[in-house]
Design a protein around this ligand. Structure first.
Ligand code: PLP
Length: 460
């Protein structure tokens, strides 16, 4: 890209970055050495991005963390944000805004059974809102009982202390404790790494949740939080029968079901929401990343009218949800989100996601023939993973450094892919793919072709 190759400018940017920016999820020891450049992405269009040195990449992970669902360089979103900023950029969410009202209406139209949207800024925050709501419901409606929240091994719900208390990914949570009480882990449901040797694995994995409920006492459990398809924990698609049974269990014990759609939401899996593949009727749905595709910060905690009603009692001055998120009143988020949704609808991106997702899976399955290190291929829509193993029979996970070498070899070919990383000791072995929902067949073939080459480079 012209304009970004001026070594003097870029050197100054790199120097400023090295001197002052503390990067997310990064070990900085070693960054100070002159030959290590931070990655600075300066421009994007569609699925492609350019770094500060002018190198072009196809981004197969939508901004590294499954976010830019409609692709880069969307002028209509930029215009929607600009227009709203010039007219009315901010007023606290204790009142309403035009984009806030219109986006809530549009969102709810895609979520039968749901009715209320609470705005904040990040996935972590959206999840924290639910945890607070569940605790307040426990105080107000269950005499202080039903205050505990169940979460699942390998799932992830964010970085704040409350969200980390529900981290099923050990490496995310260690050294940041102690954590608040009342968050209890249930087993994961990945059939490839079976914990029970049974035929109907989905039901068995769900029954494991019931066992925890009975152990803790059903009258202590207020809610269960699950990702519809586990993201960073390994792109774990649920086994057949799992969700039906989970729903039954929640109903049986009067446990509110909270679906974390921070990654799966807004088209990523080929339906508006991941839970809609499985006929789930949630009580809470949280979403963030793809809601506005990263054009503005926004997250939503969505719930039913029945839950909303539990916070209405004019005679009790403590009954309303005593929470505010300052920037939940920004209008840029819902304005961008509204346009983001229009694009997905008008360009038929849900349909494209299903078709292109199937192509990713077919291509990866074909690679399994050639590369014995691929142990399992999983995915839903354009949210796919390939688990690498050292031995297909024993399923011994591939050494994380070798998986990282595959990612680096893709990078060298101009293809950015991801891997499960820094989450589960010994199981950071899944390659992750989640290109923008506009991906074409050629894009998909370029991405999986790069993986093919990379596997050959690293493993022969
Ligand atoms: N929930 C899930 C499933 C996530 O993957 C993430 C982030 O990756 C979060 C919640 C936290 O979102 P945020 O980083 O916006 O706080």
């Amino acid at each position: 890209m012209e304009g970004y190759t001026n070594a003097n400018d870029i050197s100054a940017v790199v120097a400023a970055d090295k001197a002052h920016v503390w990067h997310h999820l990064s070990q900085h020891k070693g960054y100070e050495t002159p030959d290590v450049d931070p990655r600075i992405i300066v421009e994007g269009k569609g699925l492609r991005v350019w770094d500060a040195r002018g190198k072009e990449f196809i981004d197969a992970v939508s901004g590294a963390v499954w976010t830019v669902n409609v692709g880069y360089g969307r002028e209509s979103i930029a215009n929607a944000v600009r227009d709203t900023l010039l007219k009315m950029n901010y007023f606290a969410g204790v009142g309403g805004s035009i984009p806030g009202a219109l986006f809530a209406e549009k969102l709810i139209s895609k979520m039968p059974g749901m009715s209320r949207v609470y705005y904040s800024n990040s996935g972590s925050e959206a999840n924290e809102k639910v945890y607070k709501m569940v605790r307040q419901i426990a105080h107000k409606h269950h005499g202080g009982k039903k205050w505990k929240i169940l979460y699942r091994e390998r799932d992830y719900h964010g970085t704040t202390i409350g969200a980390l208390a529900t981290s099923g990914q050990a490496e995310r949570a260690i050294q940041y404790g102690p954590y608040p009480d009342g968050f209890v882990m249930v087993p994961h449901c990945l059939e490839y790494r079976k914990q029970w040797d049974v035929e109907n694995y989905g039901e068995r994995a769900a029954d494991a949740i019931e066992e925890v409920i009975l152990r803790e006492g059903a009258d202590t459990i207020g809610a269960l939080v699950l990702e519809p398809v586990t993201a960073g924990g390994g792109v774990i698609t649920p086994p057949v029968g799992y969700w039906e049974r989970v729903q039954e269990i929640c109903k049986k014990y009067n446990i509110l079901l909270h679906i974390d759609e921070v990654v799966c939401g807004v088209g990523r899996t080929g339906t508006w929401f991941g839970y809609q593949h499985y006929g789930i009727k949630p009580d809470f749905v949280t979403m963030a990343k793809g809601v506005a595709s990263g054009y503005a910060a926004i997250s939503c905690t969505v719930t039913t009218e029945a839950v909303f009603d539990m916070f209405k009692d004019a005679g009790d001055h403590l009954s309303y949800f005593r929470d505010i998120s300052t920037f939940g009143g920004c209008t840029a988020g819902p304005a961008a989100a509204l346009e983001n949704m229009r694009i997905i609808e008008d360009e038929g991106l849900l349909d494209n996601t299903l078709k292109m997702g199937a192509r990713v899976i077919d291509n990866l399955n074909a690679l399994m023939e050639k590369h014995k290190v691929i142990g399992d291929v999983r995915g839903k829509g354009l949210f796919c993973g390939a688990e690498l193993v050292a031995d297909r029979v024993t399923k011994e996970p591939m050494d994380e450094k070798k998986v990282a070498a595959v990612v680096a070899a893709c990078n060298a070919q101009g293809v950015i892919i991801g891997m499960t990383n820094r989450s589960i000791p010994g199981l950071n072995n899944t390659l992750c793919l989640s290109p923008a929902l506009i991906a074409t067949a050629d894009d998909i073939d370029q991405i999986t072709g790069a993986i093919d080459n990379a596997l050959t480079t690293v493993f022969g």
